[in-house]
Design a protein. Structure first.
Lengths: 272, 265
């Protein structure tokens, strides 16, 4: 459970990144934080594991004020996967990379090796365990970064721009993976611009512009609100766009799911 | 890193900004040489005030003061070491003498004079102009380019270091934990990604430059050409005057220590 109340944050260079943000993320929620560049998305999620401390307002993670504890302490509960895996990989082997956080948290050796095996297996990296992470492809490196965070089994998982630079197959794997995490009752927060990806996942969407939350609700409600989405420099998913343009056929304008769209289209075609 | 804030150039126009960078650099060098020449407090005190008019004319007072503040910790360390070790070796059982204190203050002031002049120079000289100055001083273009690129990428690298630190902290790395050696080791997870990405970036930059025909012509032309104007010559003359004056004073006039002057009155 993450509770953010009236959070404001200004960077040392004077940029006001967050202006009075309030939001509650319940256990087991799947939230996509969306919005244009510089809207304050990453700044907001960096408050969730204490990397940034609120200038005004407060952030509670499971009732604990993030001001009172260190990042290392919060990180056990809140796993944060950064956008660029190259910003964290440094070990000689993939195995060591995944074990790094576990060692920092002081787990016993046998638990570490069990967790490493589990995480490598989970992300299909077992064959690379003795390989240097620098030898892997971009998508594989991203998976190593993900494995290195999931290894300690955090309750809340934050993914910053997980789909950037990933091909469709990787994205599909990621989507299945998130579904799996949700089945384990984990809270998943993603920060993204990828409208199509969000449309496929259909999570709760939090829309931000200029340091404020402008909308919060189900993806099929928010992503189909043309004005709202445009204000946040996004576009509705392609299916929705087609349905909007074909509204004189009597098609609904709040569809984001391709399979649902297909069914509706078939019904309309059969009717005519 | 407030010391470095005091070295960051901001593009504004002032008489000091518009001076020729080569002349400014010569002036800075002269102040450096003079600062190293003297071990007495009096001339260094005078020297301390020389760059101040430039600061006001250039309108960079705030940044300049910030860089001095940033250097104050180092200045304190220099004072402490000079005072402490000289005291231990030379005067130990006695009370520290006034001349020892004066000497330590002088050494500290020498450092401050260097920082303040350097700060004024970097605050009022754009890296591009600096590169241009190097180029027109017949330094091979490859070196000039390397220099300006290095300066240009410092803020980028600083930002990247911050991101890497955040990423590793999120994986439970505690930089301030452990004894001295452990703390140094704590920085390995930050340095390796930083170095790797710097190398990657430089390779990418090289490819980008080559695809834009870098080095295609041996003889380069420039949009801007540095030319000495009247006030540049004035500064050159001032610098030479200061240098000659300093040499004359250093050679022929015995400089009294400040503490003896004060005890007379």
């Amino acid at each position: 459970m993450i509770e953010v109340t009236d959070l404001s944050f200004t960077y040392p260079n004077g940029i006001e990144a967050l202006k009075g943000v309030s939001i509650a993320i319940r256990n087991g929620d799947f939230v996509a934080i969306m919005g244009q560049n510089g809207a304050g998305k990453t700044t907001l999620v960096k408050h969730f594991n204490g990397l940034l401390k609120p200038a005004k307002g407060e952030v509670l993670v499971d009732g604990v004020n993030t001001r009172d504890v260190s990042v290392a302490n919060l990180a056990r509960k809140v796993g944060f996967v950064f956008q660029n895996p190259d910003h964290q990989l440094f070990c000689e082997t993939v195995e060591d990379e995944v074990a790094f956080a576990l060692k920092n948290f002081g787990y016993a050796r046998n638990i570490i090796s069990r967790r490493v095996n589990w995480a490598l297996n989970l992300l299909g990296l077992t064959q690379y365990r003795k390989t240097s992470p620098f030898m892997l492809s971009g998508g594989e490196r991203k998976r190593v970064a993900l494995a290195s965070v999931l290894a300690w089994n955090p309750k809340i998982v934050i993914l910053d721009e997980p789909t950037i630079g990933q091909d469709y197959q990787q994205k599909e794997k990621l989507r299945q993976f998130i579904t799996q995490l949700r089945a384990q009752k984990k809270t998943v927060v993603i920060v993204t611009h990828d409208v199509e990806f969000v449309a496929e996942c259909n999570p709760r969407v939090v829309l931000m512009t200029e340091g404020k939350i402008v909308a919060d609700g189900r993806a099929d409600k928010i992503l189909t609100d043309y004005e709202l989405v445009t204000k946040a420099s996004l576009v509705p998913p392609q299916v929705t766009q087609i349905f909007m343009k074909l509204s004189d056929l009597g098609l609904p304008s709040d569809v984001i799911d391709v399979h649902e769209a297909r069914k509706i289209l078939l019904d309309v075609l059969e009717g005519s | 890193m407030s010391v470095f804030d005091g070295l960051k150039f901001r593009k504004v126009s002032s008489p000091v900004h518009n001076l020729d960078p080569r002349v400014k650099f010569f002036f800075v060098c002269v102040l450096f040489v003079v600062a190293v020449m003297f071990v007495q407090l009096l001339p260094l005190l005078v020297l301390f005030f020389v760059p101040i008019p430039f600061v006001f004319v250039a309108g960079v007072k705030r940044e300049w003061i910030r860089s001095l503040k940033g250097a104050s910790m180092l200045a304190f360390i220099i004072f402490f070491f000079n005072f402490f070790f000289n005291y231990i070796y030379n005067e130990y059982p006695n009370i520290p003498s006034a001349s020892l204190i004066e000497y330590s203050v002088t050494m500290t002031l020498r450092f401050i004079v260097m920082v303040e002049t350097f700060s004024v120079f970097f605050l009022t000289t754009s890296p591009d102009l600096l590169g241009l100055a190097l180029e027109q001083s017949r330094v091979p273009y490859e070196f000039c380019f390397a220099f300006t690129t290095a300066v240009r990428f410092v803020p980028v690298l600083a930002e990247e270091a911050q991101t890497i630190m955040d990423a590793q902290k999120s994986r439970g790395l505690e930089l301030e934990r452990g004894n001295f050696l452990k703390r140094i080791r704590n920085y390995i997870p930050i340095l390796i990604p930083l170095i790797v990405s710097a190398i990657r970036r430089s390779l990418e930059l090289a490819e980008a430059m080559e695809s834009r025909a870098w080095g295609a012509t041996k003889k380069r032309t420039n949009l801007y050409v540095l030319k000495l104007r009247k006030k540049d010559y004035a500064l050159v003359l001032t610098s030479i005057f200061i240098l000659i004056l300093a040499i004359l004073v250093w050679r022929f006039i015995p400089i009294p220590a400040l503490n003896t002057l004060l005890s007379f009155s």
